[in-house]
Structures are given as C-alpha cells and as structure tokens.
Design a protein around this ligand. Structure first.
Ligand SMILES: [Zn+2]
Length: 293
C-alpha cells in the first residue's frame, strides 16, 4: 500500500511537471498529521488544493476548480484515495454536491499507526517534484515540517505537536516582519503569498533554539542563506554585520557590503531578536571577523 504512494514520485513526462496528485497527497498528509484524519471535503479542497496548484504548479490556463478536480477524482485510480460517492472523473459539478475524499482505509491506518511514514512519504514526494529551494515551502504550505528534508530521517524525539508549532512559527515570523526581508527590505509576492521571503532561526532549532518570535527574522532567500552560512550576522545594537570572509566582484553581489551597519527595520510592535539568541548566532554561526565599519 505504501508503495503505491511512492509510485506517485514519478509522474513527469517529457520534462513536463505534473505535481497535482502529489500536492493532493501532501495536503492530505498534512491533515492527517495535524488532525488524525486525512478527511478532505471538496468544499475545502476546492480552495486549498487550488491554491497549492496555483502557487506550486506550472502555469496553466485551466480554471482553479477544474485544476483541483483533476487530482481529487483521478487519484482514486492510483489506489490510494477514495471518495464517499461515486462521481465521474474530472467533473467539478458533482463534487459540489458534498463529496468528501480521504486516503484509502488501509493506507490511512498504516500512516496513523506509524507516523514516521508520513514524514517519509512527504519527503519522497516533495523531493521528487520540487527543487530544494521550493520543497520546504511546499511542506510549510500543507502544514508539514520542512526540517523533514534535512538529514536522513524525521527529527528524532520531536513530537507531532512540536512540528505543528514550528510550522506556525514560520508564518508568524514572516507576518511579524511585514512580509519583507529584515535586512534589505525585499518584499516579493506571487499573487497573494510571499515568494523568496523565509523565516530564519537566529538560534537554530536543532541547537536548542526556541520557536519564539524573538528567535526569528524574516529574510529574503539570499540573506537567509548568507545568515545561516555565517556571512551575515548582527551586532549588539542589532545592526547587520558582514563577514570579511564574504566576497563578491560584480555590483549585484557587492550590494551585500552595503548592508553592513544597517539597523533592522521592524514595524512597530515586532519582537526583536533576543540578545541571547543573537549572541549564540555570533558565536556559533557567524564566520570570522566583521568588516570594519
Ligand atoms: Zn534581503
């Protein structure tokens, strides 16, 4: 049964992406992890699944509801998905009469009994359908833990409640910083959602950092990477510092130097990173010596 989920990993044809079924499976996995059941009424899928397909799928002229109806009805033929009413393939109308989908019963039971299989299935699906820069965003969007992508298995000892809390934390941090990079102000959006804006842990969760708002910064993807690699840091006054190890030759790369000495610009009321977390980052992550002011 679990093998049938794995087979969804290979659904590209001629380099064309078809993430629709995997996105439905991921949405259902997220529900199962959060609520204990994969039950998904069409009335909710029509919005949530359509959002996922729009945000993470290829550009399409197909209407939103129709895009969601394809996987919602067709996933049945893969033997992993059931609908509580027999409806035709690909047709939106009958779904709106109150159809509910869920994982096939024995699959759902297996996933519920062995929650580590949820992580394994989710990881396999996102990694086979999305690049590493996008895969974490997909997991967050369906309420799963993007840290499942790191290392060889799900975080040991972390309870499902911890995982849920940290996926809420990501969105809360981005919101607290007004959906823009705390360093450079980049505020890209794709339709209604942010793109290229991430929640950075000042003190890494894996090294004892809490999922508190004073341990987070919204950063653009570039500055998040540079922050986690220790090329950027913060001083005691919460001004950005650039490591002397960082170098760039072209003007775009050299814009990173201009961040040096700039103060964080939170909106009123936003919790600034706590001194102890900033100190941890400086000691454990920041690389070498800061540029001279
Ligand atoms: Zn930035």
């Amino acid at each position: 049964m679990f093998e049938r989920l794995s087979s969804l990993r290979q659904h590209q044809q001629d380099g064309r992406r078809s993430p629709h079924k995997p996105l439905l499976v991921l949405l259902a996995l997220g529900r199962l992890a959060a609520t204990g059941t994969s039950r998904l009424p069409w009335s909710e899928a029509e919005q949530e699944l359509a959002d996922l397909i729009e945000e993470f799928g290829p550009t399409s002229k197909t209407g939103r509801a129709q895009s969601a109806a394809f996987p919602f009805t067709r996933l049945r033929s893969d033997g992993v998905w059931t609908l509580d009413r027999d409806v035709p393939m690909d047709t939106v109308g009958p779904l709106r009469e109150g159809v509910t989908g869920r994982f096939e019963a024995s699959l759902e039971a297996a996933l519920r009994n062995r929650p580590e299989l949820i992580a394994e299935a989710a990881r396999g699906l996102v990694e086979s359908h999305f690049p590493g820069t996008v895969a974490p965003d997909v997991l967050v969007a369906v309420g799963l833990d993007p840290d499942w992508l790191e290392g060889s298995g799900p975080a040991r000892g972390a309870s499902p409640a911890d995982r849920r809390r940290s996926s809420t934390w990501l969105a809360a941090v981005i919101e607290a910083w007004d959906r823009q990079c705390a360093f450079c102000g980049f505020d890209g959006a794709a339709g209604g959602g942010v793109v290229g804006i991430e929640a950075a842990q000042v003190r890494w969760f894996k090294l004892g950092g809490p999922d508190d708002l004073d341990n987070g910064l919204a950063l653009c993807s570039l500055h998040h990477k540079l922050f986690d690699r220790g090329m950027l840091g913060l001083d005691d006054d919460l001004a950005v510092v650039v490591s002397r190890r960082f170098s760039a030759r072209a003007p775009q790369g050299r814009t990173v130097y201009d961040l040096h000495g700039q103060r964080l610009q939170p909106r009123p009321g936003t919790l600034l990173p706590a001194d102890r977390h900033v100190a941890w980052h400086r000691e454990q992550v920041f690389q070498g010596v800061a540029l001279a002011g």
